[in-house]
Write a protein that binds this ligand. Structure first.
Ligand SMILES: *[C@@H]1O[C@H](CO)[C@@H](O)[C@H](O)[C@H]1NC(C)=O
Ligand SMILES: *[C@@H]1O[C@H](CO)[C@@H](O)[C@H](O)[C@H]1NC(C)=O
Ligand SMILES: *[C@@H]1O[C@H](CO)[C@@H](O)[C@H](O)[C@H]1NC(C)=O
Ligand SMILES: *[C@@H]1O[C@H](CO)[C@@H](O)[C@H](O)[C@H]1NC(C)=O
Ligand SMILES: *[C@@H]1O[C@H](CO)[C@@H](O)[C@H](O)[C@H]1NC(C)=O
Ligand SMILES: *[C@@H]1O[C@H](CO)[C@@H](O)[C@H](O)[C@H]1NC(C)=O
Length: 265
């Protein structure tokens, strides 16, 4: 009992001070949960937003169930749970990022503080030929993986599952690009864009870089050519044999039908 009391006191003192981090992708919904156990039936619950947590955006009177929404910035995108007072933001925007505080306005007690980060949508990175290296591009496949309008993202080149190189951006609205030089396509290569919660992958295709195996076929030896020819001939002969057998058995069937008297006679 005593321990329970201490724990309640502890969470009462420190629970409201701890900032809870929440993150979501732009366009998705997010719910900032209040602690059900700390919300009383007669509470007037208020949500505030901003660096100073001073913009009143929503309020609910738990007794009457009356809700009010204030800030035009969130117009039509806020919902309040009448049981818990939890706040749901729908169709999130990057500008919704920031601090949110929920208070019981009767005793001015802070119930929870959230630090919400809304990450900008990721579009798949674009792989193109690098124009920087015209001299080496004849022998090598010189590529550039690029992303535009990036937020806090990183770009990485992967060969199969292993990381070849990566680069990070920490500013909004700059473009990011990462080069890759390979001789030929000897494996699956991909460029991945990552933010802290999601990623998007673009696969390097054979239109941009020749597969290494292609060279093999071009320079294949005499014996390989002979084997290929022999195999093709064998397949051809087999096909003809099947065809001839099929025609013969059909002819035989027709003859039998002609010879036997029809059932109606
Ligand atoms: C909120 O989160 C962002 C991104 O994780 C971070 O840069 C910022 O410092 C945090 N702010 C506070 C007050 O914790
Ligand atoms: C261009 O090719 C040179 C070698 O010819 C190489 O040192 C350099 O890293 C290449 N640059 C890019 C961007 O691929
Ligand atoms: C990007 O990260 C920097 C710190 O690394 C932070 O100050 C900034 O708010 C972040 N921007 C976004 C859109 O998350
Ligand atoms: C590159 O990736 C490694 C491993 O994931 C990571 O530790 C490092 O911070 C990344 N560097 C950049 C510049 O993104
Ligand atoms: C071609 O790419 C390889 C790495 O795959 C590199 O070692 C070599 O220097 C490149 N050659 C040229 C001419 O850029
Ligand atoms: C991309 O995200 C998926 C989950 O959505 C994860 O399984 C995968 O490891 C991530 N890939 C990279 C390269 O971060």
């Amino acid at each position: 009992m005593f321990i329970f009391f201490c724990l309640s006191l502890w969470s009462g003192v420190f629970g409201g001070d701890a900032v809870q981090s929440e993150s979501v992708m732009e366009g998705e919904s997010v719910t900032l949960q209040t602690d059900v156990n700390t919300v009383k039936t007669d509470d007037l619950i208020q949500w505030r937003f901003g660096n100073n947590k001073d913009i009143l955006i929503a309020q609910i009177n738990r007794q009457s169930g009356k809700r009010k929404f204030y800030d035009v910035k969130f117009k039509g995108r806020l919902q309040l749970d009448d049981q818990t007072g939890s706040l749901t933001i729908t169709d999130t925007r990057t500008t919704d990022s920031g601090l949110y505080e929920v208070k019981n306005n009767n005793n001015k007690q802070t119930l929870n503080t959230f630090n919400l980060t809304v990450y900008a949508r990721l579009s798949a990175p674009v792989i193109s030929h690098s124009s920087l290296n015209s001299s080496s591009s004849e022998q090598n496949c010189s590529l550039l993986c690029s992303a535009v309008n990036v937020g806090n993202v990183s770009l990485s080149w992967y060969k199969g599952h292993s990381l070849l190189s990566n680069i990070s951006a920490s500013d909004l609205s700059i473009s990011l690009s990462l080069p890759l030089d390979i001789e030929c396509l000897d494996d699956s290569y991909s460029c991945v864009i990552n933010n802290p919660i999601r990623n998007q992958t673009t696969q390097l295709n054979t239109q941009l870089c020749k597969p290494c195996a292609e060279d093999h076929i071009h320079s294949c030896g005499f014996t390989e050519a002979v084997i290929r020819l022999a195999l093709s001939a064998l397949v051809g002969v087999a096909a003809v044999a099947v065809l001839v057998y099929d025609i013969r058995s059909r002819n035989l069937q027709q003859k039998r039908q002609q010879m036997s008297p029809s059932s109606s006679d």
